[in-house]
Write a protein that binds this ligand. Structure first.
Ligand code: CP
Length: 323
């Protein structure tokens, strides 16, 4: 099934949240606006609302995660959902049970939503095609393919600081090839109408035909950073590299690392972003990561409100489906 048909119901509302590709500007804007309404709640002493009371969310993380897993769990708690964090290491998937059989068994326990991170591209889409009509699937990152909730919290952070997307020049720097975050960000930035999306990195870490995604490619960081409003640094995804894509990390830092000196090429009020985890001295200099221009930890914080919005918008639609 087409990813748009899978993600949106007949009224154009979110059914599953799997990929930015296949959504539209209105849905993205709705998520950002809904996050605004939740941001106030996250600043209160009592941070909970009962929107998901009585609903069960199962977090299935087949890959390591600190930020996505924790902020989804916080978002679920703040919406008063019942939460299960399946411990994959001690689950029956280690006894040869297939992914689909695991899902069918968990679904038999009457859950309403799965938040899934998986190393295989397309895993969340595959699961969404097989769940019951009342169950929603949220992608917490799948292989090289997509990390849509990260892209949305990044868009929210950009809007928080820059207000309008239209005039912005945004540079995404580093290992674009292996980055599901970069793919989702590029779709979201273009859908929201930014002036220019630049990708900067060595040819070996740049996907073939990346220009077709609506980006300008730079292989020299000094050229790519010139006058940009937002710099998004990426981690070297060593766990996804099979073979040598760069001579070594020191050489990568020498050629593509965001140093304080290079950052002066960006617009004077530019912000620095990074999905995390950051590797200091590999893709970013500590003084830049910790500078007043850095919004890296703010991204994490704002991610809670954005994930509350995604959960609320997805589960409501699914809850209206057959029960
Ligand atoms: N940005 C991100 O996905 O971080 P985690 O791997 O820690 O979830």
């Amino acid at each position: 099934m087409d990813i748009s048909q899978l993600q949106l119901d007949s009224d154009g509302k979110l059914r599953h949240f799997l990929s930015i590709d296949g959504l539209n500007r209105q849905i993205l804007t709705d998520i950002l606006d809904r996050a605004d309404s939740f941001l106030d709640i996250t600043h209160r002493i009592n941070k909970t609302v009962d929107l998901l009371q009585g609903r069960t969310v199962i977090n299935l993380f087949f890959e390591a995660s600190t930020r996505t897993r924790t902020t989804f769990e916080l978002a679920e708690k703040r919406l008063s959902a019942d939460i299960i964090n399946l411990n994959i290491a001690t689950s029956a998937t280690n006894k040869g049970e297939s992914l689909l059989d695991t899902i069918r068994n968990l679904q038999a326990m009457q859950c309403d939503m799965f938040v899934i991170r998986h190393g295989m591209s397309g895993a969340s889409q595959f699961i969404a095609q097989h769940v019951a009509p009342h169950v929603a699937v949220v992608n917490g990152g799948d292989g090289w393919h997509a990390h849509p909730s990260q892209a949305m919290l990044d868009m929210y952070t950009i809007r928080h600081h820059k207000k309008n997307f239209e005039p912005l020049r945004v540079a995404i720097v580093g290992d674009v090839m292996h980055s599901r975050v970069a793919r989702s960000q590029i779709h979201a930035l273009n859908m929201l109408g930014v002036h220019e999306v630049r990708v900067i990195g060595p040819k070996t870490l740049m996907p073939t035909d990346i220009e077709k995604m609506g980006v300008t490619v730079f292989h020299k960081i000094e050229q790519g950073l010139k006058d940009v409003d937002v710099v998004i640094m990426l981690r070297l995804q060593n766990e996804r590299m099979q073979g040598a894509f760069i001579p070594n990390q020191a050489e990568f830092y020498h050629t593509y690392g965001l140093t304080a000196e290079r950052f002066t090429l960006a617009a004077p009020d530019a912000i620095v972003m990074h999905p995390g985890p950051i590797n200091r001295g590999v893709e970013i200099e500590s003084t830049v990561a910790d500078s007043k221009h850095s919004v890296i930890l703010e991204q994490v914080n704002l991610g809670i409100a954005v994930r509350m919005a995604i959960l609320a918008m997805t589960i409501r639609t699914s809850g209206e489906a057959s029960r």
